[in-house]
Design a protein around this ligand. Structure first.
Ligand code: KIV
Length: 267
């Protein structure tokens, strides 16, 4: 029987040189499937706003939506470590609301840890949340909630000055007590430097092969989002046409009277 993973297991994986496999997840059936496959960590990302709710970016996602999706994932009773995102405006205003909202993801949602975007600018916030014994994953580089400051979803940390700033962000996140950090959309050489310097695991997305682990959005690896496929995504299935074919066959069966048959009916 698989054992429930904790933050200590995730940290030990870095020490042991075992790579950490992470995927986003937002619902019960998908959580049950990926947990059965042995995923190490499940992230209820605020990317739910884009890939499930159809928003243009993650900014409109609310605490209520994050709690709803976290609860749905937790009903699968995953052995993976479950981390939930703190959405935009749930931690930026003051430390008290950051602590309260982190606590809600654990108490109301059932997550074991929370993720927060930012580096030096959220050092105090990460420290305040970890002081409540809530484990925190940091997230630096291309931070989607900073879309308007970045002027779009652009690779960060290019050039010596920007790279130094990101090194400082990485150090700040570790100093504040985060147990892991997501490195998103940064050059692979910089991700390698950060991974070598930090004692906490780095989880890359668009950050090259030298991180301690990798995370991708489940809809992206399954080919469920036909709108846009970033360079860093590897598609492991193409489910959109499969779903399309099933729906088309269903419509034809209903209209042509081929469904339902007697065997689908009650006597
Ligand atoms: O919201 C999200 O899914 C994320 C991951 C892509 C890292 O933050």
């Amino acid at each position: 029987m698989q054992k429930k993973k904790t933050v200590l297991d995730i940290q030990k994986m870095k020490a042991d040189g075992e790579r950490i496999a992470v995927l986003t997840c937002y619902d019960y059936p998908t959580a049950a499937i990926m947990d059965g496959c042995g995923i190490d960590m499940i992230l209820i990302g605020d990317s739910v706003g884009v890939v499930v709710a159809g928003y243009d970016n993650t900014l409109p996602v609310t605490m209520e939506e994050m709690i709803y999706h976290t609860r749905a994932v937790m009903r699968a009773r995953p052995n993976a470590l479950v981390v939930a995102d703190l959405p935009f405006l749930s931690y930026q205003v003051d430390l008290a609301s950051a602590r309260l909202n982190a606590g809600r993801l654990v108490k109301d949602g059932g997550a074991a840890a929370v993720k927060i975007e930012g580096g030096v600018n959220v050092e105090e916030t990460i420290a305040a949340i970890t002081a409540m014994d809530i484990p925190v994953v940091g997230h630096i580089g291309l931070t989607p909630q900073s879309l308007h400051r970045m002027g779009g979803f652009k690779v960060q940390g290019k050039g010596a000055e920007q790279a130094e700033r990101l090194m400082e962000d990485a150090r700040a996140v570790e100093r504040a007590g985060a147990f892991a950090v997501v490195l998103e959309g940064i050059p692979m050489g910089l991700a390698e430097r950060i991974t070598a310097e930090l004692s906490i695991p780095t989880i890359g997305i668009g950050a090259g092969p030298h991180c301690d682990g990798q995370v991708l959005v489940i809809h992206d690896i399954l080919g469920l989002c036909s709108k846009y496929s970033p360079k860093f995504v590897k598609r492991y299935a193409e489910l959109s046409p499969v779903i399309g074919e099933a729906v088309t066959s269903y419509i034809a069966d209903v209209k042509g009277g081929a469904f339902p048959e007697e065997r689908h009916s009650f006597k």
